[in-house]
Design a binder for this molecule. Structure first.
Ligand code: AMP
Length: 288
């Protein structure tokens, strides 16, 4: 259903009311949560969303509770006008939900009710970003409660986030279907990310070494190798040689990000990595 006009809501009551109206007409609703500074990766998720429900809501909220002390919350790129224009010209967005922090955390950040996710939240990216995924769980719960969608669309670019949100939805029996979309990449293989703008020109040229290193591990798995630690360490070495400071390269079970036993087929395995390059912390995985 193509929207007559995209509406923008800053309040929970406003967006909830719009969704209530649609549901009263038996229309289904999908939410695409973002932190804004939209790129083609986000816009592909929006198009995917439009194929799974009658009405598309995109949220734009830079969530303070998922940033650690000393992380980039303050300087995270905020481009609300460009974002609204891009969503409007997508032609498929019915509503933008762009709340102020007071709408999302009415009792303040310090006194907020929080989600504590299972132990996977403290591994991989969670090991270098303490509290990050609990902040993601907290805001996703609040966004679901505000928008009350039938479906939620997330990118596989943030694979650990996807697995943890799927788990939260299943464990809390939240009445929402989680749908994932593929990672959209630049021509040289670098996954699109709002944080790529922290790279200078020279770093940007080197950045595709991250997807290349992860793909090299994936190919080794496909040839039958199961010496996981050696493969992970050699990818980390390749990244250091390319000027990165890797946080981790890890081979995990794709289904739940658990530690693999070595008996899995290559298709059941996923290679994930995170590494700093200059001022940017880049993440990627081999799901797409
Ligand atoms: P963000 O604005 O970075 O919080 O991302 C919002 C949503 O877009 C998340 O579900 C991300 O996984 C997804 N996303 C970010 N980058 C990409 C990309 N390059 N391709 C596909 N989805 C992406």
């Amino acid at each position: 259903m193509s929207p007559a006009r995209m509406q923008t809501f800053a309040s929970v009551d406003g967006v909830r009311e719009a969704v209530r109206g649609w549901r009263a007409c038996a229309q289904t609703v999908v939410l695409v949560p973002t932190m804004g500074n939209l790129h083609r990766g986000h816009l592909e998720l929006v198009q995917l969303a439009a194929r799974v429900a009658d009405r598309v809501v995109v949220s734009i909220f830079v969530n303070p509770t998922q940033f650690g002390a000393g992380e980039d919350f303050e300087r995270y790129p905020r481009t609300p006008r460009e974002d609204e224009a891009a969503l409007e010209s997508s032609g498929v967005v019915d509503a933008v939900f762009a709340p102020h922090v007071d709408q999302m955390y009415p009792f303040g950040i310090g006194d907020a009710v929080r989600i504590a996710l299972p132990p996977l939240a403290h591994e991989l990216c969670g090991a270098s970003r303490p509290g990050h995924f609990d902040g993601v769980g907290t805001v996703v719960c609040r966004l679901l409660n505000a928008v009350t969608p039938d479906a939620l669309v997330l990118g596989r670019k943030d694979y650990q986030q996807l697995v943890l949100v799927e788990r939260m939805v299943a464990d809390l029996r939240l009445p929402v279907r989680v749908i994932s979309g593929p990672t959209v990449r630049d021509a040289d293989g670098l996954a699109m990310s709002s944080r790529n703008r922290y790279l200078d020109a020279e770093e940007r040229v080197r950045a595709p070494a991250l997807p290349r290193a992860l793909q090299a591990v994936k190919r080794a798995l496909e040839t039958g190798r199961r010496d996981f630690a050696t493969l992970e360490q050699s990818a980390m070495r390749a990244l250091r040689e390319a000027g990165f400071e890797p946080d981790y390269v890890a081979i995990r079970r794709a289904a739940d990000l658990g530690q693999p036993s070595g008996q899995e087929a290559a298709a059941e395995l996923l290679v994930l990595g995170a590494a700093r390059l200059g001022a940017a912390r880049l993440i990627d995985n081999t799901s797409d």
